[in-house]
Design a binder for this molecule. Structure first.
Ligand code: UDP
Ligand code: MN
Length: 796
């Protein structure tokens, strides 16, 4: 009977198979049709080729000039400058030795995940510029990473730094020294000439010349076009004969879906459904006016000011904590090199991607950088995907950000300006922007950025595939000194180290090799840098948006990262989406309260809501003063805690194990037996006393913890100095009680193995050989009876 059933089901399967093949053929035909429609003869391809030429030439230039990094080169300055990006605290709090380890070197365990499954997995690989090969639908199964925890080598986090990802050697735009050579180079001259005439004027003309807009009859930047139509117009015009509207093509595509094997997209089963109706990522870069190839900083080149202008540079530096003087000389619509990995330009994305609102919050932003940010979005985003651009003025004091900004932006109907009546800080300003946003996706950007070509569609595609994915572009570096655009190292992901300090850490090389991860694959990211990301608008609100109790700046990237991961979402960095950002040495705006206190308070809120039992690691790395409610009021957390319950989020232990397993997070600093070096016996709890006995690991009464709050505890009981004489007491443990704290293995080398009371200065725990009792006596470096060893040290 089983055999008959199998035979029967075999027939069914066979007919299903035949039907699928037929559908597949239909689908591919449809796919080919729409791809050709969308991409045929697009001028953008010309632009890409030109840009490639420029890129190659730029690289050649850099190589030729060799490593010219003198102390003033952007590469060197960068490392210094970028140190503060989203790091949380600029200067580590004083008075504790162990709080800011320079480098974390935990055991490197990397993501248990299918992370290698990348955009390509849902991408139809194009073998030629315009022709889709039917067998080009590829699934790279090698990128499907198994579910087991991957134990990494020891390299991963060793180069964690509180800085932006490093700049790639010899890549990106030419270094300062080669800038001069740029205009001498024939190829580049050509590039410049072509780019000027084709990229800007012609493209613009072709895209917009015949279009009129009620607000302005002259040629318009694409931000002014109605949603839906620019691609249609371009294609219509260039393909000549195509009469179908883009949206129509999308809608009328035959319904059966192509099912691709892919690791991403739908969690839990390895199938991603691709609806027919895709096109090659648009690499638009339109501008209102022809680009002047000789303009300062054009093509993302390093720019320099003559030495007699140094004083001007200095004078204006503090307006933005970067070279404001120079920025003002650079065109607001300058071209930048396309730094995407080669294959990115060939990726396909869906025709019916969700639209986005781009939200820029700013307080006293520099005019030219704010404008350049907005222009980069207008010029390089497919208009039908750009619902609106919302500028949230967080109570700026500068006059130019008032009426002049209104006037300037009035030429772009998509740009809306919201003005907050009092300073709200970045977090609440973003919430205000999100509240009025009309796009299906929210894209948050800092107000001193430049979006690169093709930056938007990969972000939206990811959300289209799974609305709980929160994609971030690669954040590239715009030098604060010479405003050059530099591409950053590959395979960087955002992580944190204690006490919740943001940093970058590359995926280890062995891991990349083992799983065949390419430079364009999405990178799972335990913590986002914070400034630049896209999120499904509804999902953002389902997650409770940001904690509105966070003030001004800092910690919000940790909050949203933990929330996303622990409550069912994922954060990724997409190498095919790239946005430059000016990393500044300091915040150029004032903090209504003390900067450090503000950030600490924000982080404490995050720790209290999200870290569970791991919050002691946060406090234990230099923030124990935040436990004292008299010192700091972190505000009411009830709503945040309830939100976490309501969303049934996973706990922090799950996050560490599954999202950031290479993070070292022992819950205590040391544990096990407390061996006294002089007495050669172990401390033992006996009734309500402490005595010494032969060491025996299996005796529970001999097992103690040395905690992050530097307490010596057994279960809920902690050792404390008695105060009056040399005796001790046992008290209920309490993280805020400073009497219970003991220094051990601290920076005091002479007393390294001692247990020094932090409450009674210079008093140490000592074993008394005459009656095997415990006392507190004045610390003596050489006294072996004051030296202790725990069985296991988990952290320093
Ligand atoms: N911002 C704001 N209000 C504030 C602080 C910052 O609107 O109180 C804006 C700021 O203008 C910028 C963004 O938030 O566009 C991120 O701030 P910043 O660039 O200083 O952060 P960083 O890049 O240094 O992390
Ligand atoms: Mn910024």
């Amino acid at each position: 009977m089983i055999r008959r059933y199998l035979r029967g089901s075999g027939r069914v399967l066979a007919s299903v198979f035949v039907a699928s093949v037929v559908w597949l053929l239909f689908d591919m035909a449809a796919l080919r049709l729409s791809i050709n429609d969308v991409n045929s003869k697009l001028l953008k391809e010309q632009v890409i080729r030109e840009r490639q030429l420029f890129k190659q030439q730029s690289r050649k230039d850099v190589v030729k000039k060799g490593d010219q990094s003198d102390g003033n080169s952007p590469l060197n300055s960068l490392n210094k400058v970028a140190k503060v990006y989203r790091q949380g605290v600029q200067n580590p709090p004083e008075n504790h030795g162990d709080r800011f380890p320079e480098v974390i070197q935990p055991n490197h365990v990397l993501f248990k995940d299918k992370q290698g499954a990348a955009l390509q997995n849902v991408t139809v690989v194009m073998q030629e510029e315009r022709n889709l090969h039917v067998n080009g639908i590829q699934v790279d199964k090698s990128k499907l990473i198994d579910d087991s925890n991957e134990v990494m080598g020891n390299k991963g986090l060793s180069d964690i730094a509180r800085v932006t990802p490093g700049v790639q050697d010899g890549k990106g735009v030419p270094s300062s020294a080669s800038t001069k050579g740029l205009h001498k180079s024939d190829d580049l001259q050509n590039f410049a000439a072509k780019t000027e005439s084709k990229t800007n004027a012609k493209i613009h003309e072709e895209l917009f010349a015949k279009e009129t807009h009620p607000a302005d009859k002259s040629s318009k930047p694409n931000g002014d076009l109605n949603a839906n139509e620019v691609i249609n117009r371009t294609e219509d015009k260039q393909a000549g004969m195509i009469t179908q509207r883009f949206s129509k093509v999308t809608k009328e595509t035959p319904s059966p879906a192509i099912k691709l094997q892919a690791g991403e997209g739908t969690r839990g089963n390895a199938t991603t459904v691709i609806k027919a109706g895709v096109h090659k990522v648009l690499s638009l870069d339109v501008t209102q006016s022809p680009r002047d190839s000789n303009a300062v900083g054009q093509y993302g080149q390093a720019a320099h000011v003559a030495s007699e202008e140094d004083a001007d540079v200095k004078k204006r530096w503090d307006e933005g904590h970067f070279n404001v003087y120079l920025s003002d000389k650079i065109p607001v619509d300058r071209a930048i090199p396309d730094t995407r990995p080669e294959m990115c330009a060939h990726n396909l994305v869906h025709n019916d991607l969700p639209s986005t609102s781009v939200i820029f919050c700013f307080v006293d932003e520099v005019w030219s950088t704010l404008l350049r940010s907005v222009h980069s979005v207008l010029n390089r985003s497919p208009p039908h995907l750009l619902k609106d651009i919302i500028l949230v003025d967080d109570f700026s004091t500068k006059d130019y950000l008032k009426e002049p900004l209104d006037t300037y932006m009035s030429q772009f109907p998509k740009v809306r300006i919201i003005r907050l009546k009092e300073r709200q800080g970045l977090i609440r300003a973003r919430l205000a922007g999100a509240a009025v946003a009309e796009g299906e996706v929210l894209t948050f950007l800092d107000s001193h950025i430049e979006c690169n070509v093709g930056w938007l569609e990969p972000l939206l595609e990811r959300i289209y595939q799974d609305r709980k994915k929160v994609p971030c572009p690669v954040i590239e570096v715009i030098s604060d000194k010479d405003m050059s655009y530099m591409l950053v190292d590959n395979f960087q992901r955002g992580v944190f180290k204690w006490p919740l300090v943001f940093g970058w850490s590359p995926l280890p090389e062995e891991y990349i090799k083992k799983h065949n991860i390419t430079i364009s694959d999405p990178i799972r990211c335990p913590v986002m840098a914070g400034g630049l990301f896209s999120i499904d608008r509804q999902y953002f609100y389902e997650l409770g948006a940001y904690d509105p109790g966070l003030e001004v700046w800092g910690g919000e990237n940790m909050e949203i990262s933990f929330k996303i991961w622990m409550c069912g979402g994922e954060i990724e960095i997409l190498p095919c989406s790239r946005v430059g950002h000016i990393f500044r040495g300091q915040n150029p705006y004032s903090f209504p309260k003390d900067r450090q206190k503000t950030v600490e308070r924000n982080l404490a809120r995050v720790a209290e809501v999200w870290l569970d039992e791991y919050k002691v690691l946060f406090y234990g790395h230099g923030y124990q003063h935040l436990l004292d409610k008299n010192v700091i009021d972190i505000g009411n957390l009830t709503e945040q805690i309830e939100l976490r319950k309501r969303l049934q989020c996973k706990n922090f232990n799950w996050y560490l194990k599954n999202v950031y397993p290479d993070m070292d997070a022992p819950l205590v600093k040391a544990k096990g037996l407390m061996f006294n070096v002089g007495l050669r016996k172990c401390l033992t709890m006996w009734k309500n006393f402490l005595i010494f006995d032969m060491c025996n690991l299996s005796k529970q009464t001999q097992l103690f913890n040395y905690t992050w709050m530097r307490q010596i505890s057994q279960k809920d009981v902690c050792i404390a100095p008695q105060g009056k004489d040399s005796s001790y007491t046992l008290q209920p443990c309490n993280d805020t009680n400073t009497e219970l704290r003991w220094s051990h293995k601290s920076s005091n080398a002479a007393l390294e193995n001692h247990l020094i009371s932090e409450f009674l200065p210079y008093m140490c725990l000592e074993a008394m050989p005459r009656d095997d009792s415990l006392q507190l006596n004045a610390c003596e470096p050489k006294n072996a009876f004051q030296k202790w060893q725990f069985t296991q040290y988990l952290a320093h």
